[in-house]
Ligand binder design. Sequence first.
Ligand code: EPS
Length: 372
Amino acid sequence: MIKFTTAGESHGPCLTAILEGLPAGLTIDTDAMNAMLTRRQGGYGRGARQRIETDTVRILGGVVQGVTIGSPLALVVPNRDYENWQEKVVPVWRRPRPGHADLAGAHKYAIDDLRLIAERSSARETAARVAVGAIAAQVLAAADITVGSYVESIGGVCASLEHMSLDERIAAALDSDVSCPDTRAAADMRQAIDNAKTAGDSLGGIFVVTAQNLPVGLGTYAVWEDRLDARLAQAMMSIQAVKGIEIGPAFENAGLPGTKVHDALYPDGKGGYTRKTNRAGGLEGGMSNGEPIIVRAAMKPIPTTIKNQPTIDLNSGEAAETQYQRSDVCAVPAAAVVGEAMVAWTLMAVLLERFGGDTMQDLLERLEHDRR
Ligand code: EPS
């Protein structure tokens, strides 16, 4: 069984994760893990918290002399901000932010102080997920499978990317502080974020996660919960503030006839086949089909806004306004990194399920045999 669990609060001592089912013999690159954590912290529109933190991972179990030994991994990302809250007397929060977990969470756990709900529902938790995903990406990289991401729109400003290959988009996104490969749109996105900040508002957007060079047949059509598209959808929808997901241009496909949607097959002249399009987003019948996986996610604007919003005071039941809490104006570029982590984890899991995962050597030999 391949699984991970995270624990930890936004202003607690640390975020932590336990990973089970990793193969033995994987050399862990902690610099690459920290580089991904740094990417998650970045992006134009992030809040003051990111100036306090320098997210770096410590591995407390499962790795000896830099190599996995088949036992569960324990990861820790300390919260520097923890110390800052030890002496503070923080007033109880009683005004739920519309769109946040505050209200339903307080009902569910019978907790009066909404701040305690925010402690765990905060997207700070994704620091642990990125540490996990960075390891999954290393397993995939050993199998020549790459995962990347880019931002397609922020606050209604959309990139024009038709002329760029996937690799070009991913490379250009790494050079952009809004993770957008279209430099003109990126400038407009920054302006939109500035405008939202001035207006005391927040912005959402759309990001894309891709995976390339997957073997054919990961996932299955045979069992509903093992369909790879379903597993990717759950992984992406589990990211805080993600409210929509699409595989390939699925919503556009829904309005077109079948002959305009399906990716026709042609002989490649070498006994195999090729396709000219990838409107299926790399998935047919709940399985990988060898084409790049394209998963698109819609992130809502962050519920915490500088400008107060109408709410109720839970003490009095009377009309009230939300109180500003420190937050981001826009975290879409950060969410794209979290998306990479969740897609990497999901693909690593199905890869290990298909080819076995006691050792990296077994995995890579069986995968090589399948590819041949
Ligand atoms: C986040 C850290 C948090 C928030 C944000 C994500 O830090 P703080 O609450 O101390 O400012 O900036 O969390 C939210 C968007 C939220 O709604 O809770 C991070 O590290 O990603």
